[in-house]
Design a protein around this ligand. Structure first.
Ligand SMILES: NC(=O)c1ccc[n+]([C@@H]2O[C@H](COP(=O)([O-])OP(=O)(O)OC[C@H]3O[C@@H](n4cnc5c(N)ncnc54)[C@H](OP(=O)(O)O)[C@@H]3O)[C@@H](O)[C@H]2O)c1
Length: 233
């Protein structure tokens, strides 16, 4: 038994694999885009660039798409050239740079073409925050939403010289939003799932009893897409 208000109606065109992830993976970038927007000081001057790391992740790809849909200009960071090539192929458009290339910060500055950078979205944590801080302009904001690398090791002094803010975001706040706003995110999830099904890639499906293999798969190098647990109908 499931409470009726926990159910989301899904049209037949959306596969079970996409339905299983579309809401949770849309809420996160939606909350991030709002936090990024709210961090900008009015009047907002265009174009608005955002710098995002772990950009090949499921959340990262949806974040890029939402940012593009809202008219922002994402600059994407991944760890390796292999990941950069994969990301350019599955979601072409905005620049992608690999942080294992020692020139990545210069490459980001070149991509900005003299425009300011006031928002960076961080899913990696630790020293990655220092790297983002180096690239942000005065009064910019780093929005942290994950710690794939580490939850320690940030040099807090990387923020002070440019008055940078560090903000954290969790989707738990989403559950406290008014119903109207939640409904907009349901609609957004349905729209993304219909228009961009390729953004909801599945790495592998495991039966519930094989949850150990599923957990191991989540951390496997080179994994693309999400790992799903299935149960008999
Ligand atoms: N705050 C919230 O409420 C919330 C909610 C959902 C998700 N999240 C966060 O969103 C992030 C992405 O989650 P996801 O489920 O979308 O991930 P995912 O699809 O499993 O992808 C993980 C990606 O992160 C990169 N990565 C893995 N380890 C890394 C490391 N040590 N340093 C840098 N990059 C690393 C890998 O990219 P490359 O190898 O290609 O670089 C990989 O493509 C995570 O930080 C997660 O905690 C936060």
């Amino acid at each position: 038994m499931v409470p009726y208000n926990s159910l989301v109606p899904v049209t037949d065109e959306i596969s079970d694999q996409i339905a299983a992830q579309m809401l949770i993976n849309t809420i996160t970038p939606s909350v991030l885009i709002k936090a990024g927007h709210n961090s900008l000081k009015p009047p907002i001057t265009l174009p608005v660039y955002i710098l995002q790391n772990a950009a090949a992740s499921g959340v990262g790809r949806l974040l890029t798409q939402l940012a593009l849909d809202r008219g922002a200009r994402p600059i994407r960071l991944v760890r390796s050239n292999q990941s950069a090539e994969w990301l350019r192929a599955v979601l072409p458009g905005p620049p992608v740079f690999a942080t294992n290339d020692s020139r990545w910060k210069e490459q980001v500055r070149e991509a900005l073409g003299g425009y300011k950078l006031h928002v960076a979205l961080d899913a990696v944590g630790g020293k990655a925050i220092d790297g983002l801080a180096e690239l942000l302009d005065e009064d910019g904001t780093i929005i942290n939403f994950g710690s794939l690398e580490s939850n320690t090791g940030t040099n807090i002094y990387s923020l002070a010289p440019k008055n940078l803010a560090l903000k954290s975001v969790s989707i738990l706040t989403w559950f406290r939003l008014p119903m109207d706003e939640k409904r907009k995110d349901y609609e957004l999830a349905l729209e993304l799932a219909t228009k961009h099904p390729g953004l909801f890639e599945v790495a592998h499906e495991y039966e519930l009893g094989d949850f150990r293999s599923a957990i191991q798969h989540v951390a496997r190098p080179g994994k693309t897409g999400i790992v799903l647990l299935t149960s008999p109908a």
